[in-house]
Write a protein of this length. Structure first.
Length: 197
């Protein structure tokens, strides 16, 4: 579905936005006293007023983050999630379908890119862009050592948003279908093992 797109927003493509370019490093991992990154993602979903735009290779969120995203979609916030059609992790691809069905049923849109996309970024409204190493899955958010950079300057936020929208323009819209009993059992088992993914 279209020509391949690059995996990371190269600095040359993003460009330097006007303003002070303020940004903040946010570390996440077992050595952190608070789950600052996770709390920021969840609270940003609850406070979003216009859009949540995200790209990630793996989407196996915990129930709270999934609820925050689905409630945002039900509030008519434009929730768009860009994923590879097939990532390099087969179990993660299998585990994601329940969350994808819940998100799309709430009014969110999921876009599947033909090639592997390993970038991780979340845009909320025009005020926040989180870019770095953390995936939207439980292992990455709670067990792994990750580092994200929060950008607040509107020009920079918009630049990252346009980069994700470039991926979205080459993607196909995901349409979830109700699984059979066996498929649902397999998905549930894989989700139960989500920390091992």
């Amino acid at each position: 579905t279209g020509k391949p797109v690059s995996d990371t927003p190269a600095a040359g493509k993003v460009g330097r936005a006007p303003g002070d370019g303020s940004a903040q490093l946010i570390a996440s991992g077992p050595d952190q006293y608070d789950d600052t990154l996770y709390a920021l993602q969840v609270s940003s979903c609850f406070s979003a007023s216009t859009r949540i735009l995200a790209v990630t290779p793996y989407f196996v969120p915990d129930p709270v983050l999934l609820m925050a995203l689905t409630l945002a979609a039900r509030r008519k916030v434009a929730v768009d999630l860009v994923l590879p059609r097939h990532s390099n992790h087969r179990l993660a691809d299998l585990a994601r379908h329940s969350a994808l069905r819940d998100l799309t049923a709430a009014g969110g849109r999921v876009w599947l890119v033909a090639g592997m996309v390993h970038a991780k970024a979340v845009i909320v409204d025009a005020d926040l862009a989180l870019v770095g190493s953390a995936n939207l899955d439980e292992r990455s958010l709670f067990l792994n050592y990750e580092l994200m950079v929060a950008f607040f300057e509107p020009g920079q936020v918009d630049a990252f948003a346009r980069w994700i929208e470039g991926h979205r323009a080459q993607a196909e819209l995901y349409r979830g279908t109700r699984p059979g009993l066996m498929r649902e059992l397999v998905e549930g088992l894989v989700r139960w093992l989500a920390f091992q993914l």
